[in-house]
Design a protein around this ligand. Structure first.
Ligand SMILES: *[C@@H]1O[C@H](CO)[C@@H](O)[C@H](O)[C@H]1NC(C)=O
Ligand SMILES: *[C@@H]1O[C@H](CO)[C@@H](O)[C@H](O)[C@H]1NC(C)=O
Ligand SMILES: *[C@@H]1O[C@H](CO)[C@@H](O)[C@H](O)[C@H]1NC(C)=O
Length: 331
């Protein structure tokens, strides 16, 4: 196994772990009565900040490019839906400040913790929310009853794997410091968001910070006061990759939309050559495919995966599915 393959494995392992953290510092109502969704991260959850994607993005829903790296709805859409909340407006599409009270998606395709590809970092996304907080538009009491999804990190690893630039062991100081920077960056921004009043976080790949003494001090170190539901994304993807037929997929490993020359990295889903001709092939029916492009699931793929979290107990760690989890705890 080459170094880059090992790193790809490390990256692929780190990326899929979603940790659902609900931190209850005080009695503020239950999660299923949250009043808005705020989302931070990268192209897994971006719904418009990276600008419109070209055709065929959005082909399944809404029928035109809608700023998602998907043929239809992505995790942000299903996330808002599970809380019965309206889809948060992409930050760049807010018509005025007060619209932010209904929820905002700050996520940006290519986003990262460590300025990996030069796109909006998690720090900057949180700065954007802070501006609305300082203007007293988003208040502590409002944000304390909101739900936050953070899904980022993959770009921090993938950007450094371009041209096999990690010519080092996966246990190297370089990688260790990168992991530390990514985890610290997520942790730091959660602390900032908590400072604005937010209590309810769905976060990718964090250590169990809310059991740390600076949090538990509020209960005289008697309880973590956290409810953590780990969504086992690795297991969920693996299950669908290997049992695609059970969910109506005819293709699980082959993407719907891909480069005509699969090994030509200058081509990608949606790209054209200088003559305006497609340099990709596009399937007829994305609902038969688990994966839409080089990495992102189709709408049908996300729906199947999210249903595993909703109705099954085998794809979360802790023996509760997300519905049972929502209904078990009172904050
Ligand atoms: C803000 O924009 C929304 C959506 O266009 C609109 O419904 C609302 O009236 C506006 N609010 C203010 C204060 O301008
Ligand atoms: C990767 O290699 C290509 C071709 O040699 C080069 O143009 C590009 O700048 C390199 N990218 C990085 C991030 O080193
Ligand atoms: C905190 O807990 C310790 C025992 O673990 C107890 O002695 C102490 O009185 C408690 N302090 C408060 C303020 O409840």
């Amino acid at each position: 196994m080459t170094t880059s393959k090992v790193l790809r494995c490390v990256r692929d392992f780190l990326k899929p772990i979603l940790i659902l953290i609900i931190i209850g510092f005080s009695s503020i109502g239950s999660v299923n009565a949250a009043n808005a969704v705020y989302i931070f991260g990268d192209s897994f959850i971006d719904t418009g900040n990276a600008g419109p994607q070209g055709f065929p993005y959005g082909m399944t829903w809404p029928g035109y490019p809608a700023g998602r790296a998907c043929d239809g709805r992505n995790e942000a859409d299903f996330f808002a839906e599970v809380f019965n909340l309206p889809l948060p407006t992409p930050f760049l599409e807010l018509k005025n400040d007060s619209e932010s009270l209904l929820g905002v998606n700050f996520g940006r395709g290519g986003g990262s913790i460590t300025y990996a590809f030069g796109y909006t970092t998690l720090d900057t996304q949180v700065d954007q929310l802070e501006t609305l907080f300082e203007k007293n538009v988003l208040t502590k009491s409002h944000l304390s009853n909101s739900v936050t999804l953070i899904n980022t990190g993959v770009n921090d690893y993938s950007s450094r794997n371009i041209n096999e630039s990690f010519q080092v062991s996966p246990y190297s100081d370089e990688l260790k410091s990168l992991v530390a920077n990514v985890v610290d960056g997520i942790s730091f921004n959660i602390m900032r968001l908590h400072g604005f009043g937010m209590n309810n976080f769905v976060v990718a790949n964090l250590p169990n910070m809310p059991c740390s003494p600076f949090i538990t001090a509020q209960s005289n170190f008697s309880a973590c006061r956290v409810r953590i539901l780990i969504l086992d994304q690795t297991k969920a993807f693996d299950h669908v990759f290997h049992n695609g037929g059970d969910f109506g997929f005819t293709e699980t490993l082959k993407p719907c939309c891909y480069n005509k020359d699969p090994l030509d990295s200058s081509q990608h889903c949606g790209s054209t050559d200088s003559g305006g001709h497609r340099t990709y092939t596009l399937c007829e029916d994305p609902s038969k495919y688990l994966i839409f492009d080089g990495i992102h699931p189709t709408q049908a793929g996300w729906k199947v995966i999210f249903n595993l979290y909703k109705y099954d107990t085998r794809f979360t760690i802790g023996a509760l599915n997300i519905y049972e989890w929502i209904n078990t705890y009172e904050l």
